[in-house]
Design a protein around this ligand. Sequence first.
Ligand code: PLP
Length: 360
Amino acid sequence: MNLRIPGPVTIPQEILDVMDHQMIDHRGPQFAAIQARVVKNLQTCFQTKNDVLLFTSSGTGGLESAIVNTLSPGDPVLAFVAGEFGERIAAIAATYGSNVTKIKFENGQGIDPDRVAQELKNAPQTKAVLVTHNETSTGIMHPLKEISHAVRANSDAVLIVDGVSSMLTADAQVDNWGIDVMVSASQKAWACPPGVAIVSISDRAWKAHANAKMPRFYFDWTETKKWLEKGQTPFTPAVSVYYALDLALERILEEGLPNVFARHAHIAALTREQAKQLGFRMFGDERYASNAVTALYAPDGVDTEALRKAAREEYDLIIGGGQGPMRGKIIRIGHLGWVKEQEIYDCFAAIGHILEKVAA
Ligand code: PLP
C-alpha cells in the first residue's frame, strides 16, 4: 500500500519490529528509562529546555490539555484560523468557556504576522493566542517564526501552537521563538503509531497554569509532571508506542534535525513538481506550501472523489480528500515521515494512469 495521507504514516520496519516486544511494568525502572530518553530526545527535536509531557491520546488530547491547563472560563482568547484545524483548537477553547475571538484568513492563505501584531495591540487583555503551524486541511505552513515574533513583541499572552503535523517537517525553535505550548502527536512525522500526544510547556505557560480554573482530570499537567518526575505516568501509557518513539527518536537524531527538515522540503518540492506535470494546480498560496502535505486542485473535469476511489481500488494508493468546505474540491498528498522519492513517483504514476483512463 502507498499510504499518502497526512498521518498516520507508513512506519519503518525496524520501528514496527521494536513494538513486537512483551509488555513491561509501566511503574518499573525499564519504563522510567524509556520515558526519560524519549522526553530528552523530544526536547532536542523541539529545540527547547522546557518541560515536555506525554499523554496517551491522539494530538487533539494534547491540544485540549493546552487549553484547560492555561485558561479559566471567560478568558479572552485570540484564535488565528485558516482551515479546519485552526477551527478545531478554537472550538476546544470555546467548549471550555473561553471568550474566543476568531481572526479568519481564507483557506489556503498564510496567517499574516502584521495582522497578528495589530490584533494583539487592539486586544491587550488577551490571555492566549492559538495558532496552527501546519494547517493540514489546506497544505499551508504558516510563518511561525514571524507570527511568534509578532506575539512576543505585542503581548504576554500564552502562545499555544498546534504543531501536530508540522514538527520535524520544518524548523520550529520553541525556545528561540518564544512558543509557550507546542503540541505534536506520534503518528505524524515521528512515524510511530497513533497514541501519544507530545506537549512542551514554557515557564509562562506554567505560570498561567497556576491560575487556570478550567476543569481537567486526565490531562492535568501538574499531576502528569509529578508522575514524570517519578519516571511514570499517572495512568497506563501506550507502552508499545513508547518503544516505537524511543527508536524513532534515536534514528531522527542520528540523521540530524537540519537533514530531517531538508529531506521533508525536498520530498514536498518533488510532490509539487510531479503534481504540476500532470496538470494539478496548488490549492493554496505556494509561498507557504507545506513540507508535510500538498493540497491540489485536480485538472479540469476530473472528479477528485472518483480519482481517490480509483487510486484506492486499482492501485492500493491512498490519498487524502478535502475537509470541511474543501470536501470534494481538492486532494491532499501526505509526505511526512520517512518518505522515499520512489513512493512519490509511484503515486503520480498511478494518478497519471487514472487520468489517462478518464480522458479516454
Ligand atoms: N492538528 C493538526 C494540524 C492535525 O493535522 C491533526 C491531525 O491530522 C490534528 C490536529 C488532530 O490530531 P489527532 O487526529 O491526532 O487528534
